[in-house]
Design a protein around this ligand. Structure first.
Ligand code: NDP
Length: 247
């Protein structure tokens, strides 16, 4: 695959699931990957196994709700690898619930991580991209960025917001900076672990989280977007399991 080898790619939420798969796949294609998340033990294990397989990977503790952390994270990429070419804003959580369960803390958490975390990533990386007049944001949303159903109201709202932010950013940035939105359908990961209501979790697993895509399928979509020449911006990729018809 062209245009991936040698690129410096920083990935938020790389300690499990889709972020881990993106790190492993892009590293296998020759990218230098920088892994960030809160679970440093996981990052160390994943980065270690990428290096053992002949890839280049480093990691740094990151809480995307802390703007200073995100600045330090992208700064670490520049310090260690000399530049930053791609920021994958992937960190997220999905504590689904009915509005009238008033899980206000969980609403706040989703807004802080899923929306503000992406904004913090943009604020940290855009000055680097503007200074060198090139770079790419890959924002991981969800099919919930265009679909709303019971229990998904706030989660969908956060993903609709990231879709709006991605499109606005795409229009505002200069010619050589690209913005790609990748919207996964149901994918194998730890995402459902964040659902605190046991009944909602049971229903989500039964109704939504069947026929799951392997996380590697999303990583391949990201690699496709990253592999494009600088005058091509793959704006949006939606990837669902073939069997997922309902949403
Ligand atoms: P996982 O739960 O496996 O991964 C979520 C990642 O986000 C973890 O690495 C976690 O790391 C990280 N994270 C959570 N909070 C923070 C934080 N405050 N700071 C830094 N990192 C954080 O789920 P997925 O891999 O599925 O989720 C990745 C993205 O994909 C999310 O944005 C999700 O909404 C999206 N998505 C997933 C789908 C699916 O079916 N799996 C479908 C559609 C979209 P740590 O806890 O170590 O900080």
């Amino acid at each position: 695959m062209e245009n991936v080898k040698g690129k410096v790619v920083a990935i938020t939420g790389a300690s499990s699931g889709i972020g881990e798969a993106i790190a492993r796949h892009l590293a296998a294609l020759g990218a230098k990957v920088v892994l960030g998340a809160r679970r440093v033990d996981n990052l160390e294990t994943i980065a270690g196994s990428i290096v053992a397989d002949g890839g280049e990977a480093i990691f740094k503790a990151l809480d995307v709700t802390e703007p200073k952390d995100v600045v330090a994270f992208v700064g670490y990429s520049v310090e260690k690898y000399g530049t930053l070419d791609v920021l994958v804003n992937n960190a997220g959580l999905m504590p689904l619930s009915m509005i009238n369960n008033y899980k206000v803390d969980e609403w706040h958490r989703m807004i802080d991580v899923n929306i503000k975390g992406v904004l913090h990533g943009i604020a940290a990386a855009l000055p680097i991209f503007e200074a060198k007049d090139s770079g790419q944001f890959v924002n991981i949303t969800s099919v919930a960025d265009r679909w709303i159903g019971p229990t998904s109201t706030v989660y969908s709202a956060t993903k609709y917001a990231v879709r709006a932010i991605s499109e606005g950013l795409r229009q505002e940035v200069s010619g050589n900076i690209s913005v790609t939105l990748v919207a996964p359908g149901a994918t194998e990961s730890e995402l459902a672990d964040s659902i605190s209501d046991p009944e909602v979790k049971r229903l989500a697993v039964e109704q939504f989280r069947t026929n799951l895509l392997p996380a590697a399928a999303i990583a391949r979509a990201v690699a496709y977007a990253v592999s494009q020449p600088s005058d091509v911006d793959v704006n949006e990729i939606v990837v669902r399991p073939t069997a997922q018809k309902a949403f």
